[in-house]
Write a protein that binds this ligand. Structure first.
Ligand code: NI
Length: 399
């Protein structure tokens, strides 16, 4: 592995090339923002991306249903860049002139910006390739349905988007980082989150004779307290497994032990290996905690996504790209989020890295993702395009 791609190299590879494209990209993003589409329904969005890529002389391939893949350059693939494209079932409350025309749906997670940054990177790289061959291929994946479980990334992988791809990079908007900066982190940057539902069934009866019943209220309370406690001793504490109940329900009368009860919660996990092993362990622990009470236990464990685990080298490529394009102080350390992100499925196959793109206007209003009032500082678009495209160019030098 040669190091010069990640060393401080102050030469911007993208900067000026982007200037003439920028007004068009901002208009493109506003159009997507006004016409948001839910997961796996991104037909118009897909059409717009395809049209813009074809207008640039590229040959995009539509994925089944929605989503697009396009290759730029020739020869071996140096990297893939991924932008997700779907919106959320949230009512927009921004009052922007280009606010959602599709009532009840909005780009509250900034995926309109992600799609636009991926498009911008494609256009910049195509432009550069026309002048002087890139010497390798960069694959851009416009991925549908990030907001579903287990996520549209799996559908992309099933359709071969990773074949011949040695690494993959992506960005996600972050309203806690100022525009002009990016946030990076080596290792886990998001978490796994699974949904756990438990049903207990037993012989109910009078509370004066609990020995003649299977007291599932007592059993539920034991599970509520002891399962998280046992997990904390059976799983490496560094994996950050966190079992938290959000729901518990059984019974109707103070003097009657019910015959059925339910509880539900989430199991979050910071570590990929622990996520794999914790599922089996959970089932075992729940059964064993409930066993002395003689109740029947049914456990439903719905898998979410694994954590996004950023590799060291690809994170360094992104950081070097950001410092050269945006300035020496453009990179900040970002904390691990307890949220989930289906980019993790790509990173389960090949190395790669996701970075946080600052979208906060300095001194401006504070926003959060997945809220109807989210406003993105559009200055972030140029930053996102520059870092993605420059990181791809560094990946080519790295081949
Ligand atoms: Ni998102």
């Amino acid at each position: 592995m040669r190091n010069y791609t990640t060393e401080a190299d102050p030469t911007p590879l993208v900067g000026p090339r982007l200037d003439h494209l920028l007004p068009d990209l901002i208009a493109f993003r506003r159009d997507l923002h006004a016409h948001p589409e839910l997961s796996f329904q991104e037909y118009r969005t897909t059409d717009r991306i395809v049209a813009r890529l074809e207008a640039a002389g590229l040959e995009p391939r539509r994925l089944d249903g929605t989503g697009v893949v396009v290759d730029i350059g020739e020869g071996p693939i140096a990297t893939a860049l991924r932008g997700d494209i779907d919106a959320l079932p949230i009512i927009e409350e921004t009052g922007l002139p280009f606010a959602s025309l599709n009532h009840g749906v909005t780009h509250a997670c900034g995926h309109d910006v992600h799609a636009t940054c991926a498009l911008g990177a494609a256009l910049v790289l195509a432009d550069k390739h026309r002048e002087e061959p890139l010497g390798a291929t960069v694959r851009i994946v416009f991925q549908p349905a990030e907001e579903t479980m287990p996520g549209g990334a799996l559908a992309c992988i099933d359709q071969g988007v990773l074949s011949g791809v040695p690494r993959i990079m992506a960005l996600h908007c972050d309203p806690r980082i100022e525009v002009g900066r990016i946030g990076t982190r080596i290792g886990s940057i998001t978490s796994a989150s699974d949904t756990i539902r438990i049903e207990l069934v037993g012989r109910g009866g009078h509370t004066s004779r609990p020995h003649l019943t299977e007291d599932l209220v007592f059993a539920l309370s034991q599970i509520a307290i002891n399962v998280p406690a046992v997990l904390s001793r059976r799983v490496d504490v560094r994996s950050g497994v966190s079992m938290v109940w959000g729901q518990i329900a059984a019974g109707a009368a103070p003097n009657a032990i019910p015959a059925i009860g339910h509880m539900a919660g989430t199991m979050r996990c910071l570590d990929r290996e622990a996520w794999h092993s914790a599922g089996e362990l959970l089932d075992e622990v729940v059964q064993q905690v409930a066993a002395p009470y003689g109740v029947d236990v049914r456990l439903e464990h719905t898998r979410g996504v694994p954590p996004v685990v950023n590799s060291e080298h690809e994170t360094a490529l992104i950081e070097a790209a950001a410092r050269a394009e945006l300035g020496e102080d453009a990179v900040v350390l970002t904390p691990q989020s307890m949220g989930g992100e289906d980019f993790a499925w790509f990173l389960a196959e090949i190395p790669g890295s996701m970075f946080r793109l600052g979208i906060h206007t300095p001194g401006g209003e504070e926003y959060d993702l997945h809220r109807g009032d989210l406003i993105v500082d559009e200055g972030a678009i140029a930053c996102g395009v520059r870092v993605l495209a420059a990181a791809a160019l560094r990946s080519i030098r790295d081949l």
